[in-house]
Ligand binder design. Structure first.
Ligand code: SAH
Length: 353
């Protein structure tokens, strides 16, 4: 248990011998200002000293590494958790303006991941454990504090860091609620990215808050998707697209499909045709990301001209499509690379073409 795992009642219990307005001051300090309780100058010195010693209010994240990338537009952290496990968080400035720019934070939902996608650095390293709600929320609060120091406004959160958020639903959803109700970020600016955990998508369709959904598709036929994304054997494309349809109808929000372009594997003309057939009925928006190299995967990303051709062919078939770029490649800190570097090299695997 750390500071952002506590409910307001649990904080009140820690402050039981104090005037009741102290609860609001500590809560406000944690959630609105992102300030350590011991640094809250509205509190008397003796109370600050007591809170500094309270284990339940200790931070969950210790900075293990913090790096600037992309000419100062990206900040990446590798945090050490209380049990020594490592996770990553990425803060990205979105618009070109340097002051008052909007920023997005990419958060981890698990230490490691059990989905075992061969092209993903986290998948190559395997699963350690679920993050707690507080460990997820603290990534956002810490990133927002850094954004303010840089004159940026943190407005968006994407669950696209380490882990599969819908495999940790019972901690991720309370984190979403905290971010919306207490941290003050609009649910419409929160995006859950999933490899396609069908029961989780159906559960999201029944939730009250209107978060965005991104599905990491990468292949639109079961034979290829089974190879790239092992969980496809459990939740094949027919079940996945039906769950996406249910979500889209229930929420009335645009679905995103993520597609990491892998040279010679999922960037062929047949892939364009299959993807268009799947995306169009769902009115989905496709995000293309050239595959980022990872130590354990020998196949490379599609070269820039191939990315453009894929995008144009998809657009010709009436699909909304955007090309995205991985942040932090310039300092070897893209997707999962910080933790992979900390853990040492992982054995190389390839994908048969
Ligand atoms: N498990 C969730 C969220 C984490 S991955 C999910 O699968 O959606 C976030 C995104 O990064 C996913 O779309 C994932 O497929 C993509 N990704 C993983 N490894 C990548 C790589 N090496 N290059 C480019 N994108 C990658």
């Amino acid at each position: 248990m750390a500071r952002y795992d506590l409910t307001r009642d649990e904080i009140a219990a820690l402050l039981v011998d104090e005037p009741s307005y102290r609860v609001g001051q500590v809560w406000d300090g944690l959630y609105h200002q992102g300030t350590d309780p011991q640094d809250l100058t509205v509190l008397p010195r003796r109370l600050r000293a007591r809170l500094a010693d309270a284990d339940a209010l200790a931070p969950a994240l210790q900075t293990d590494l913090a790096l600037d990338a992309d000419g100062g537009a990206t900040v990446k952290w590798r945090w050490a958790l209380v049990d020594g496990r490592r996770i990553e968080t990425v803060l990205m400035r979105m618009s070109g303006a340097v002051t008052n720019a909007r920023a997005t934070v990419c958060v981890s939902s698990q230490a490691g991941c059990a989905m075992a996608c061969g092209f993903c650095a986290t998948g190559q390293a395997g699963f350690d454990r679920n993050l707690t709600t507080g460990e997820i929320v603290e990534q956002v609060v810490r990133a927002r504090a850094e954004a303010s120091r840089r004159g940026w406004r943190l407005t968006n959160v994407v669950f696209m860091g380490m882990g599969e958020p819908l495999a940790n639903y019972d901690r991720v959803w309370p984190a979403v609620r905290r971010l919306h109700h207490d941290v003050g970020l609009s649910a419409r600016h929160l995006t859950i990215s999933t490899i396609g955990i069908v029961p989780g998508i159906r559960r999201l369709a029944r939730e009250d808050l209107p978060v965005n959904l991104a599905v990491s598709l990468h292949a639109a036929n079961d034979e290829l998707r089974n190879r790239l994304v092992p969980i496809n054997r459990r939740y094949p494309l027919a079940a996945l697209t039906e769950a996406c349809r249910v979500w889209h109808v229930a929420k009335g929000r645009r679905l995103s499909l993520e597609w990491a372009l892998i040279h010679g594997v999922n960037d062929r003309r047949s892939d364009v045709a299959e993807l268009a057939e799947l995306a169009r009925p769902l009115a989905a928006h496709v995000n293309l990301i050239p595959l980022n190299p990872t130590p354990g995967f020998t196949t490379r990303g599609t070269p820039p001209d191939g990315v453009r051709a894929f995008r144009d062919r998809l657009a010709d078939r009436g699909v909304n499509v955007t090309v995205r770029h991985n942040r932090g490649t310039d300092i070897a800190a893209a997707c999962g690379q910080l933790v992979a570097a900390a853990a040492g090299a992982v054995p190389a695997v390839g994908v048969a073409r």
